[in-house]
Design a protein around this ligand. Structure first.
Ligand code: ADP
Ligand code: ASP
Ligand code: MG
Length: 468
C-alpha cells in the first residue's frame, strides 16, 4: 500500500515517544510506500504563539528565556529519540540554527512592536520545523533511508489566508508528485512538517490550528495514496471527548460527513477541513492510537455504517465561542437588513458558526469565535451609525459553549430533539439558543460554558452512547 501517516503533537511529545513513532514508521515502511507527517512537540505551538505576543509587547527579556527553554526541550528530545552520536550531532546543529533564526524573528517583532498574521505564521512554523528533523534523525537511527522537508519544500502551495490557508490543489499535486514520488520509488521515507506550507510567493503560511491532519490529507490526495492514517493519543474518534466522559466508546466507522461534522463541533481528533480533499478523492482515513497500534481505530469512508440505526452517534462541545444578538425593530420584513449584518461580519473576516432568527424577526442570534467578538461588535456598531435604524442594539454573551449531538440518521428524527431538550431541562440547565445544522446531521444549541461538561455527560448517558 501507499500510506500517509500523520503523528500529532501528543504522539511526539518526548524523545521516547519520537523513538516509538520512528519504530512504527520504519516497520510499516518495510512493506508500504510511506510518507510521515509530523506535528510540533505537544505544547510547542501554543508556547510560540505566547512568545510572539510577548515580543509584540516589546518584552525582549522574555525572548531569550523562551528560546533557551525551547532549545533545551528539543535537545532533550534528540537525546531520548536518537542513539547514534553522529545523528544526534547532525540534528542538534539543525535545531540550533532554527532556534537562532527564531530568536532573530522574535527580536524583529519586538523592535517593530507589530505582529501580523503573516509574521505570526512564520513564528508558529518553527514548532514543526523543530520536530520534523528529530523524527527524521530517529528514523535514520532505525537504519532506514529518509529525507525531511518543510511543507513548503514538499510542494504544498496555499492561498495567502495567513493563519487558516487552503491549498491550491492542482499546483500542489504537481509539485508534491515531482518532489516526493522519486523518493518513494527508491524506498526513501519522506518526513514532512505538518501545519505549514507557503503561498505562491514562497512566504510561509499555516493551514489552521490542528492543521497537520490537513497536511496529511493534502499529501494523500496529491500522491494518490491508498489510505491516510492519523495517529493520536486515543483509540479513534469516540462518542465524545474521553477526557470529559471516561465511558466514551470508540466509533469503528464514520462517513466523511459525520466526521467533518464532529470536527467542526470540536472533536479535536480531526481538523475540520482535513476531510474535504480526501472525500472528493474517496481515500479512506484511519484514526489510530500510537500507544495501542493493535487497535484498528476509526475508519472514515464515504458511506456511514449501514446497519447502525440509532439517530445520535456522538456528542461534542465547542468552547471559546460567543453569542452575538442583533436587535432592530426595522428588521421586521426587511430582508436586506439581514444581508447588511452578514455583509459587515463577512467583510471583517468573521465566520458565523450558528444562526437563529426569532419568529418576530426583530432579533438575530449568532455564534462566533470568542476571539472575534470585539471585532464583530465594533464593526456592527459602526454599521449601526452609518445605517441608523436597521440595527438598534447589539449585545453579547462571551461565557457560552455550543453542544452538538451528531449522527447521519438524525435527519427528520423528531423524537431526538425533544429527548435532548427534556434531558437538559431535567438538570435545570438553561438553553440560550437552538439551531438546526444546515446538513441536518446535528442538533446544536448554546448553554453557559460552566454547564457544558454536565450537558455533554447528560446527553451521552440519555442516548446510551457508551454502550455498543
Ligand atoms: P493530536 O496531537 O494527535 O493532533 P489532538 O489533541 O489534536 O491530538 O486530538 C486528540 C484529542 O482530541 C484527544 O486526546 C481527545 O481528548 C480529544 N477529543 C475531543 N473529542 C474527541 C472525540 N469525539 N473523539 C476522540 N478524541 C476527542
Ligand atoms: N502544531 C499545530 C497546532 O498545534 C498543528 C497540529 O498540531 O496539527 O495547531
Ligand atoms: Mg490535532
Amino acid at each position: 500500500m501507499k500510506l500517509v501517516m500523520k503523528f500529532g503533537g501528543t504522539s511526539v511529545g518526548s524523545g521516547a515517544n519520537i523513538r516509538h513513532v520512528a519504530g512504527l514508521v520504519t516497520e510499516y515502511a518495510k512493506n508500504n510506500k510511506t510518507i510521515a507527517v509530523v506535528s510540533a512537540l505537544s505544547g510547542v505551538t501554543n508556547s510560540l504563539i505566547e512568545a510572539s505576543y510577548h515580543a509584540q509587547r516589546s518584552n525582549e527579556k522574555h525572548i531569550q528565556a523562551f528560546t533557551k527553554t525551547l532549545l533545551a526541550k528539543h535537545t532533550d528530545a534528540i537525546k531520548g529519540a536518537i542513539t547514534s552520536e553522529a545523528i544526534q550531532k547532525e540534528v542538534t546543529e539543525i535545531t540550533e540554527k532554527s532556534v537562532a533564526e527564531l530568536e532573530k524573528i522574535l527580536t524583529g517583532i519586538c523592535y517593530i512592536g507589530e505582529l501580523t498574521a503573516k509574521s505570526k505564521d512564520y513564528v508558529m512554523s518553527f514548532g514543526e520545523r523543530l520536530s520534523a528533523p528529530i523524527v527524521w534523525g530517529a528514523i535514520k537511527d532505525h537504519n532506514a533511508q529518509t529525507q525531511w522537508f518543510t511543507g513548503k519544500d514538499a510542494g504544498i502551495v496555499t492561498d495567502s489566508n495567513f493563519g487558516d490557508a487552503d491549498p491550491l490543489m492542482n499546483y500542489t499535486t504537481h509539485l508534491v508528485q515531482e518532489r516526493l514520488e522519486p523518493l518513494l520509488e527508491k524506498n526513501i521515507i519522506p518526513v514532512v512538517t505538518g501545519f505549514i506550507a507557503a503561498n505562491q510567493d514562497g512566504i510561509v503560511t499555516t493551514v489552521g490550528r490542528g492543521g497537520s491532519d490537513y497536511t496529511a490529507t493534502i499529501l494523500g490526495v496529491a500522491l494518490q495514496t491508498d489510505e491516510v492514517w492519523i495517529w493520536t493519543d486515543v483509540d479513534g474518534i469516540m462518542t465524545t471527548d474521553p477526557k470529559i466522559v471516561p465511558s466514551a466508546r470508540m466509533l469503528p466507522q464514520l462517513s466523511y460527513q459525520e466526521a467533518t461534522e464532529m470536527a467542526i463541533f470540536g472533536a479535536k481528533a480531526m481538523h475540520p477541513r482535513a476531510l474535504g480533499p480526501v472525500s472528493r478523492a474517496d481515500i479512506p482515513i484511519r484514526i489510530r492510537n500510537t500507544n495501542n497500534p493493535k487497535n484498528p481505530g476509526t475508519l472514515i469512508t464515504k458511506e456511514s455504517q449501514a446497519d447502525v440505526k440509532e439517530a445520535a452517534k456522538a456528542v461534542a462541545m465547542i468552547k471559546d465561542v460567543a453569542m452575538l444578538n442583533v436587535y432592530g425593530a426595522t428588521m421586521v420584513g426587511a430582508p436586506d437588513s439581514y444581508a447588511k449584518v452578514f455583509d459587515v461580519l463577512g467583510k471583517n473576516g468573521i465566520n458565523v458558526m450558528m444562526i437563529s432568527v426569532a419568529a418576530s424577526e426583530a432579533n438575530i442570534s449568532m455564534v462566533i469565535k470568542r476571539e472575534l467578538l470585539g471585532r464583530a461588535i465594533s464593526n456592527l456598531e459602526i454599521a449601526l451609525q452609518e445605517h441608523g435604524g436597521i440595527i438598534s442594539e447589539v449585545t453579547a454573551e462571551d461565557d457560552v459553549a455550543v453542544i452538538a449531538t451528531i449522527g447521519a440518521n438524525m435527519k427528520g428524527a423528531l423524537g431526538v430533539a425533544s429527548k435532548i431538550f427534556s434531558a437538559v431541562a431535567k438538570k435545570g440547565i438553561n438553553i440560550r439558543m437552538i439551531a438546526q445544522g444546515s446538513s441536518e446531521l446535528n442538533i446544536s444549541f448554546v448553554v453557559k460554558e460552566k454547564d457544558g461538561i454536565a450537558v455533554v455527560q447528560t446527553i451521552h448517558e440519555e442516548f446510551n452512547l457508551g454502550k455498543p
